[in-house]
Design a protein around this ligand. Structure first.
Ligand code: GLU
Ligand code: MG
Length: 758
């Protein structure tokens, strides 16, 4: 989750003296990056994924499952060149391990990026993911298992760690989470403490409890304690009735997700791709939903997103523009003069008092911190959906982007904006993007790293960049010494961040491959998906809901205005694979699509189907309509299938024989088809999302008392079921796996394991 530097981290009260220094130099570094890389063209299409795991200690004699917080040393070993017998396993398997926020977490990625132009690499992803589990498991006792659960169901409930630890830590001051769950690297406890100190009080996350027949709509797990002054916060306003209350960074950053980064050919492609993926973020998050349980409660939502958002929310009461708890300070841990404070009080300073836009301007006075930065109203946490589009003017001769799409209030750092636009390297949209990221303060500074060479180092830039955790990240390259071959170094990239982690490597490979192929298809077919950001934000809220994947509709650009010709995609649905691999289909239409045996399904009149003839810019689509398309417009799957058929299939298949003549190749295509099926079936409700599956698992568990609580025993059984699913253990758990994957995909997977292919 960001950059690790070694050294002595500064406490917030020391750190804040350097805030402006970090921002000023970070911007110099960014400008130098643009000087070095903005003219760069024709980078290779590489991509990669990041998977986050939780190490779970399973005791089958006691029937308990706990988060293992004493096995993090494997990360050092797996990265230690002095222990080649261990680190060599990672290298020879092309995998790489990284620390994450939780001491019980590990993150793993491919060591080398995948080649996005090669079909083999899409098929290889899952194998690489399997190796990551195998290599990490080989360094762990057999009772400790790396699981890809999005959230740990009983996080923060009594003894949920192994070994036991007490929630009495000074870094988080949490009533529920011991500091021992936090990664030992100083960066992480410092982040935790500095978020609290800047904010002036602990973070507070409140999730609606799922109402069942015996549910008392109250979080009865909040202890009365007298250890830190913050202990009283839940009783003076931090905890809301009817909600599960969580008070610490670990509840969010201790969750796991799946991230995908792609590298298009240049900065212009990257900007258009970033913009075009943005409206997809909430919808695909809903289709990946895997988090219905928090702190031992079933909650009335399905995803982790707003929990992390709250868990790293370092904004003061004033920035959030809400009333402080009794006795708490509007300004949190920010330094402002007494005059400013008095003046603020005098004006009856308080929520919304200065209009709904900017708090920092009243009359002719400005509220500034002592280091000269204006105090602003800041509508979003650092972990949130993106604020603005970057624009596609350098990519399309006649840009699709219109400034009316950037329609939410998005505060900026004016000084940064002015500086960037004065260089001529940044147009207003790009300058706004970075000036928005730079409204934040650094959260961790190492004393040894305060002074840097801005022509060669980019830590100050990355300090702010990597603590703005948004649904997408626009990633500039790093700085290199003159004479370096830049085309061999990472270029302009876009990271897709909203997805929840899935239990199996099959699913994680499916979502990763899907996002990358959609990205590539976007760059090939150039759809116009621009939807006003305010509507994308509405979708983000919608996407949190229970079963949003199947039951909700999302704002999206009217498919009639996608600038795609529906006819061009005819025949490229999931049935294309059958027609391609089977002999005898030699009838082509103008597009070279095999049409033998192709029956057009008339699905324009689906129940509650969307009328896309409407003349307006934006309509509401279900996730399934977007993914599968309707008769009048192609969905994402058709874009992807056409991309596979026309670009990724080796040309001798395409042009000479028209058919797939090798069994191996047929198997590879079958795998890709199943990846696409999984996503489509989740959106159609044919198979459950993980959130739905887990919720049902709890609701029908014999130990469940219809009170929305997930007991220690239910937690254990749920972890055991997760292990069976992760291992695709058809031999012992066929029914479970059929429920999880549905018959069709389960059939594919069990046949595949029987054949010993994966
Ligand atoms: N674990 C975080 C999440 O679930 C992401 C941390 C990161 O950016 O690596 O979104
Ligand atoms: Mg991570």
């Amino acid at each position: 989750m960001g950059l690790l530097s070694l050294g002595t981290p500064l406490d917030w009260h020391e750190l804040k003296k350097h805030n402006e220094h970090v921002r000023d130099n970070g911007i110099e570094q960014l400008i130098n990056i643009f000087r070095q890389h903005s003219a760069r063209l024709k980078d290779h299409f590489y991509w990669g994924d990041e998977v986050e795991y939780m190490l779970v200690d399973i005791d089958s004699s006691r029937k308990t499952a706990r988060l293992a917080i004493d096995k993090d040393l494997i990360l050092d070993d797996l990265n230690d060149p002095a222990k080649p017998e261990i680190s060599g396993k990672a290298i020879s398997n092309n995998v790489s391990f990284h620390p994450e926020y939780g001491r019980y977490m590990i993150e793993a990625t491919p060591l080398r990026p995948y080649d996005g132009n090669s079909l083999e690499d899409y098929v290889y992803v899952e194998e690489n993911m399997i190796k990551r589990r195998e290599v990490s498991q080989s360094e762990l006792p057999t009772n400790i298992v790396p699981l890809t659960l999005t959230t740990y169901p009983r996080m923060g409930c009594g003894d949920f760690t192994s070994p036991k630890a007490k929630p009495i830590g000074p870094a988080s001051q949490s009533l529920f989470l011991p500091d021992e769950i936090i990664n030992r690297h100083v960066r992480f406890p410092t982040l935790t403490a500095n978020i609290r100190k800047r904010r002036g009080h602990k973070v507070a996350i409140n999730l609606p409890i799922y109402p069942d027949t015996n549910t008392k709509l109250i979080d009865d797990s909040i202890p009365k304690r007298d250890l830190f002054p913050s202990d009283e916060e839940p009783f003076i306003g931090a905890s809301q009735p009817g909600h599960v209350y969580m008070d610490s960074m670990g509840f969010g950053m201790g969750s796991s997700c799946l991230q995908i980064t792609v590298q298009p050919s240049d900065i212009h492609q990257a900007r258009y791709l970033y913009d075009t993926l943005a409206p997809l973020t909430p919808i695909l998050m809903a289709v990946s939903a895997a988090a219905p349980i928090f702190k031992g409660f079933l909650v009335n939502q399905d995803v982790r997103w707003n929990v992390i958002s709250g868990a790293v929310d370092d904004r003061t009461f004033l920035e959030r523009d809400i009333k402080p708890y009794k006795g708490a300070d509007f300004f949190g841990g920010l330094d402002v003069t007494h005059e400013v404070k008095d003046h603020f009080e005098l004006l009856g300073g308080g929520p919304g008092v200065n209009g709904d836009r900017i708090i920092n301007e009243y009359g002719d006075t400005t509220i500034k911190t002592l280091d000269g930065k204006p105090v602003q109203k800041v509508p979003k946490s650092r972990y949130e959906s993106i604020d603005t589009y970057l624009g596609d003017q350098g990519y399309h001769d006649e840009p699709y982007f219109d400034k009316s799409y950037n329609d939410i209030y998005s505060p900026i750092n004016k000084k940064v904006y002015d500086k960037l636009t004065s260089t001529k390297l940044f147009d207003p949209l790009l300058a706004h993007h970075f000036a928005h990221l730079f409204i934040r303060d650094p959260l961790v500074i190492f004393s040894e790293r305060v002074n840097q060479d801005n022509t060669l180092e980019n830590d100050h830039f990355e300090n702010l960049q990597s603590t703005n955790w948004q649904t997408l990240r626009f990633k500039p390259p790093a700085l290199y010494p003159e004479g370096e071959q830049l085309s061999e170094k990472p270029g302009w990239r876009v990271e897709f961040r909203p997805l929840e982690i899935q239990l199996t490597d099959f699913e994680n490979a499916a979502y990763s491959v899907f996002i990358t192929l959609v990205s590539k298809a976007i760059l090939k077919f150039n759809p116009d998906f621009y939807t006003p950001i305010s509507k994308v934000d509405k979708n983000m809220k919608t996407a949190h809901g229970v079963d949003a994947s199947t039951d909700s509709k999302f704002w999206f650009r009217n498919p009639a205005r996608w600038r795609l010709n529906n006819e061009d995609f005819k025949g490229y649905d999931l049935t294309w694979f059958d027609r391609f691999v089977n002999d005898g289909n030699d009838l082509f239409d103008d597009n070279g699509v095999y049409l033998n045996g192709y029956v057009e399904v008339n699905n324009d009149v689906v129940e509650n189907g969307t009328d896309v003839s409407d003349a307006c810019n934006d309509v509401k689509l279900s996730a399934l309509e977007l993914i599968d398309g309707l008769d009048s417009f192609p969905g994402l799957i058709k874009l992807v299938v056409k991309l596979i058929a026309t670009e990724l299939i080796p040309s001798n298949w395409q042009n000479k024989s028209h058919h797939c003549k090798s069994r191996q190749f047929a198997r590879e295509l079958e795998l890709l088809r199943n990846y696409l099926k999984l996503i489509s079936f989740r959106a159609s409700g044919k198979i459950p999302t993980i959130a739905r599956f887990l919720r049902d698992f709890v609701l029908r568990h014999p130990d469940y008392k219809q009170d929305s609580k997930v007991s220690d025993r239910i937690n254990y059984d749920l972890v055991q079921a997760s292990v069976a699913i992760t291992n695709l253990d058809f031999k012992h758990h066929n029914d479970l796996l059929e429920e999880y994957f549905g018959e069709e995909i389960a059939g594919f997977l069990s046949a595949r394991s029987a054949a010993g292919i994966a």
